[in-house]
Structure formats: structure tokens, C-alpha cells
Design a protein around this ligand. Structure first.
Ligand code: HPA
Length: 278
């Protein structure tokens, strides 16, 4: 297994520092189909992932694979246009390497977005769900991103996860949604390895254990963010209804298409939160 070291993290941060005009306060990860949000970044500097030392390149369709550094609502941000996934073959330590680099660059808050399947029967494609908690199903099976030598420079061997999603940031997101007259769903996100979608039996199991939305990302990044003391806001764009009775099929095309409806909604929420954080 590949464990990224503090030296590698520092080398990547060192490479990026001269490209920053100000210390970034916020890291923003854009999920499948939500890439175009990065086009809103002002005074943007683009850094393709392959240029960054030790940064594993993204391979999945719909993920551009670059950092966009600039400002959004006058807040200094680092935007990951495309993330790394476990199913691409990276170790969890590689998947979460960007979080470590952003932490070294000084971010205080991480905003994670993803495309997710709705397990909660009330949710429909196009809904946005505020993540209030997660079930790290993949991590409970052994693939926790903190497995391996503990990076003491960031945090404790056994970090608390009782409030993985920051309550104050959740409150802000609710406030913004209300101001924007936008329905904001709330719920528990469960992370699986992928890349195959779930069987109906697996989906019924996920419903039973208390999940509202299912996806193949986010949770590893959130755990590493919390390990390093970064506050987290999580938003799931509901791209499809999970198919608990086997009557419909799920496709990546569907997930990407929902992104077109979801991107402007998520942009309004993120912009509102950034404004409120001033
Ligand atoms: N399952 C898992 N991951 C997903 C889904 C889904 O239905 N939709 C988007 N990402």
C-alpha cells in the first residue's frame, strides 16, 4: 500500500505556494458533473494535477483534474476541479493527499460536494442534500484513509468523529437555502468503494442502516480534513434515485446530466455560505 509522507505533502505545498496570491481560507472539492463551478472563480490561476509533485492524476471521465486557485465572493479559495477516487486504484492515502496539501497551505474550511444516489424515498434527482453525518462503510471494512503511520504534524492517532460535519456551517447552509428559497434536504451519506453501482439488495441494506444518499467519494476526504482540524461542510447533489426494487438502471451519463441542474443550485449555496463567512 502507498502511504504518502509529510515530505511529499510538503513538496507539493512548496510547489504551490508561489502560485498563491493570498493564503487560501477555503478548499472546495467539486464532484462528478459539478466541475463548471470552477469557472466562477475570479483571478484564477490553474494548476493541472500532473504538474504538482507527488499528486496522483485523476482518470475518470467528467473530472478535469486541476486546481483552480483564486477568489469566490472575495474569499481566497483553492478549488479541486476533479477529485481522486479509490476505485481508480489509488490508496486511501493517495486519495486524500490533496486534503493534506491544502491543510499545509492553510485552509480552515473544506467544502466537499459530490453526486449521490438517493436512498431516501423522498429525495428526487436535482435535490441538494446537506450532509449531516456519514457512514464510512468502506472504512469500516478496512480502507480508512488514516490507516498507516499517523501524521502527527496534522493530528491524533485516534481522532474524534462525533461532529464530522461542522454544526455552524450546517446552520449557515440552512440559512442560505432559506434566503434563496431553495429546498435543502438533509441526511446521512454512505460511502462505498465503487465503481459498480449497488444491487437492489445492497440498497435495501443501506436504507436499513440509516443512509439517505450513497456515493463513492467524500468520506475519506472528510476524515482526513477532521484529523487535521479542518472544518467541513458537505453537500450532495442527488443525481439519481437508487434503485431499491431493481426496476430501473443507474448510469454515469445520468449522474453527469443531473450535474447541469445541480451546479447552479450548489453554486448559490456555496456563494451564500462564503458571503456569510466574512
Ligand atoms: N450509487 C453510488 N454512487 C453514486 C450514485 C449511486 O446511485 N449516484 C451517483 N454516485
Amino acid at each position: 500500500m502507498t502511504f504518502m509522507t509529510l515530505d511529499q505533502i510538503e513538496a507539493a505545498a512548496e510547489f504551490l505556494r508561489p502560485r498563491l496570491k493570498v493564503r487560501p481560507r477555503i478548499g472546495l472539492i467539486l464532484g462528478s458533473g459539478l466541475n463548471s463551478l470552477a469557472e466562477s472563480v475570479e483571478e484564477a490561476v490553474y494548476v493541472p494535477y500532473p504538474e504538482i509533485p507527488h499528486w496522483p492524476p485523476s482518470t475518470v471521465e467528467g473530472h478535469v483534474g486541476r486546481l483552480v486557485i483564486g477568489t469566490l465572493e472575495t474569499q481566497p479559495v483553492i478549488v479541486m476541479q476533479g477529485r481522486l477516487h479509490f476505485y481508480e486504484g489509488y490508496s486511501m492515502s493517495q486519495v486524500t493527499f490533496p486534503i493534506r496539501v491544502m491543510q499545509r497551505l492553510g485552509i480552515e474550511i473544506l467544502i466537499v460536494t459530490n453526486a449521490a444516489g438517493a436512498i431516501n424515498p423522498d429525495f428526487v434527482p436535482g435535490d441538494v442534500m446537506l450532509i449531516t453525518d456519514h457512514i464510512n462503510l468502506i472504512g469500516m471494512g478496512g480502507a480508512n484513509p488514516l490507516v498507516g503511520p499517523n501524521l502527527d504534524a496534522f493530528g491524533l492517532r485516534f481522532p474524534d468523529m462525533s461532529q464530522a460535519y461542522d454544526r455552524q456551517l450546517q446552520a449557515l447552509a440552512r440559512q442560505v437555502a432559506a434566503q434563496e428559497n431553495m429546498l435543502l434536504r438533509e441526511g446521512v451519506y454512505v460511502s462505498l468503494a465503487g465503481p459498480s453501482f449497488e444491487t437492489p439488495a445492497e440498497l435495501r441494506f443501506l436504507r436499513l442502516i440509516g443512509a439517505d444518499a450513497v456515493g463513492m467519494s467524500t468520506v475519506p476526504e472528510v476524515i482526513v480534513a477532521r484529523h487535521g482540524g479542518t472544518r467541513v461542510l458537505g453537500l450532495s447533489g442527488i443525481s439519481n434515485k437508487a434503485n431499491l426494487d431493481g426496476s430501473t438502471i443507474t448510469s454515469h451519463v445520468e449522474v453527469m446530466e443531473a450535474g447541469r441542474i445541480l451546479t447552479p443550485k450548489i453554486e448559490r449555496l456555496v456563494r451564500g455560505v462564503l458571503r456569510a463567512l466574512k
